[in-house]
Design a protein around this ligand. Structure first.
Ligand SMILES: *Cc1c(COP(=O)(O)O)cnc(C)c1O
Length: 461
């Protein structure tokens, strides 16, 4: 870690120590001992600030609570890790984390009817309405991850022995949600371009009908899958599902929060998004949005009464287990939301950067892109079996040579040791960083005598 980053963390930690003194004192009264503690911390912070200004000093604090390392990956590296890119927090989210870190911090002003999505201070209730309109649906809830959205829908719609249509590229959490509900997944095969089509979905529905005598109860398809990040025809698939009267769940884990999503236009009955993957939010967070038609089902309230006490918990929603994200996770999500709402409009620019990086890699002799091309997403899968892997065969570090070379240039996030088929994500990188990454890959290639066709990166941004 560079000393500036190190010292920035030390300053933040020292401020937290002052904060703790403020928390321990009597309301607005500091005794001499506390005054002293504050003074000492202030002096420490002054020295730290000098170090930050002058880029000097030596590390003082190496661990949090003795055994937790400081995580400085985003400060000290360019991170192209496939699932982390669009979950990086905004500065506003980081501030919200500091201010709302205490357990049930959302609950200060919780009033009747005592439900998270009804709280108006902080503005959680309006946030729910904004979330619904952000994906153009009627009603939204926050959930601990996209997976919990699948789970709520599957648990509502799927009974033992029911079939659910997913794709041959479905995420494992879709499998698990169906399994937990007692259902069976039936996968739509891919076409020769690794795409899920409406026709193939219709065929699979017919197959299930013939084999089981019943229609599937849900169609759940990823707009962009996690393996290739290819774009699948969700609108056409939703239409097919509706022709059979089957509800359609749009999996927007890789879209909601990075590009515009219009649930009504797609024809989605459910829109699921991932906060920590695509909405610059802390984990675990996500959204489940639905229509007025389905809301009473998936967000049904408890009907149960205790046999002894006769207690009932009226407005608590069964699938949400009452309340979901009750602290800094939600506040972080809310604090990022204004930025997220804006940034979806920059998707085309993100795609240019994605394609620029891909073109830069393709310029390295015999490298291939496995995802559809040109790219319609910032996540991509490439095949360097005939380029970087040839180097790895001869190198004493084998596949790790590439991660060694990259990390020595400050680039991390590609799967360490992988030189054949691997993924990366350019989301949110500046042009300056994207160019740096391309130049670095090409320099490594040249260092190991791979041909680089410089004329090939035509995108002259
Ligand atoms: C990441 C991912 C998920 C899981 O998202 P969580 O928010 O972590 O539950 C689901 N589906 C797809 C396609 C994904 O890429």
């Amino acid at each position: 870690m560079d000393i500036r980053t190190q010292k920035t963390f030390e300053a933040l930690f020292a401020l937290e120590d002052i904060r703790e003194t403020l928390r321990q004192r009597l309301p607005n009264i500091t005794n001499p001992e506390e005054e002293n503690a504050i003074k000492e911390s202030v002096n420490r912070i002054r020295r730290i600030l000098d170090d930050i200004e002058n880029d000097t000093g030596t590390p003082d604090v190496r661990k949090i609570a003795d055994n937790i390392d400081i995580r400085s990956r985003e400060e000290t590296h360019i991170n192209i890790q496939p699932i982390q890119a669009a979950g990086r927090l905004t500065p506003e989210a980081r501030k919200a984390l500091i201010a709302y870190g205490d357990g049930y911090s959302t609950c200060d002003a919780c009033r009747k009817p005592f439900r998270l999505d009804k709280i108006s201070s902080p503005p959680i209730a309006p946030f729910h309405e904004q979330l619904a309109s952000f994906v153009n649906m009627d009603v939204a809830r926050v959930v601990p991850g996209a997976r919990r959205g699948f789970q709520a829908v599957a648990s509502t719609l799927v009974n033992k022995g029911d079939s659910v249509i997913v794709s041959a590229l479905a995420h494992y959490t879709e499998f698990l949600a169906v399994e937990e509900a007692g259902g069976t997944v039936r996968e739509v095969p891919l076409n020769e371009h690794n795409l899920v089509t409406a026709d193939a979905t219709a065929e699979k529905i017919e197959t299930v009908k013939q084999e089981t005598g019943r229609l599937p109860v849900l169609v759940m398809i990823d707009h962009f899958d996690y393996q290739y990040a290819n774009e699948h025809d969700v609108k056409g698939i939703a239409k097919v599902a509706h022709q059979y009267d089957i509800p359609f769940l749009y999996n927007g884990a890789y879209t909601v929060g990075v590009r515009p999503v219009d649930g009504k236009d797609i024809g989605a009955d459910f829109v699921v998004g991932s906060g920590h993957k695509s909405m610059a939010s802390p984990a675990p967070s996500g959204i489940l949005a639905t229509t007025d038609e389905w809301a009473p089902k998936v967000f049904r309230t408890t009907q149960m009464a205790g046999d002894l006490t006769k207690r009932k918990f009226g407005v608590k929603e069964v699938e949400m287990l009452g309340c979901t994200l009750m602290g800094s996770t939600l506040l972080g999500m809310m604090a990022s939301f204004p930025t997220v709402k804006e940034r979806v409009n920059n998707w085309e620019e993100e795609l240019k950067k994605s394609n620029y990086l891909i073109d830069g890699l393709l310029a390295i002799e015999s490298s291939k892109v496995v995802s559809e091309y040109p790219r319609k997403h910032t996540l991509s899968k490439v095949d360097t079996t005939k380029s970087f892997d040839l180097v790895a065969q001869e190198h004493k570090r084998r596949g790790f040579f590439l991660s060694d070379e990259l990390s020595s240039k400050g680039i991390v996030g590609e799967f360490a040791g992988a030189t054949r088929v691997w993924k990366f994500n350019t989301y949110g990188l500046s042009w300056e960083k994207v160019r740096y990454v391309v130049d670095t890959f090409q320099e490594i290639a040249e260092k190991y005598n791979l041909q680089v066709n410089k004329g090939k990166d035509s995108n002259d941004q």
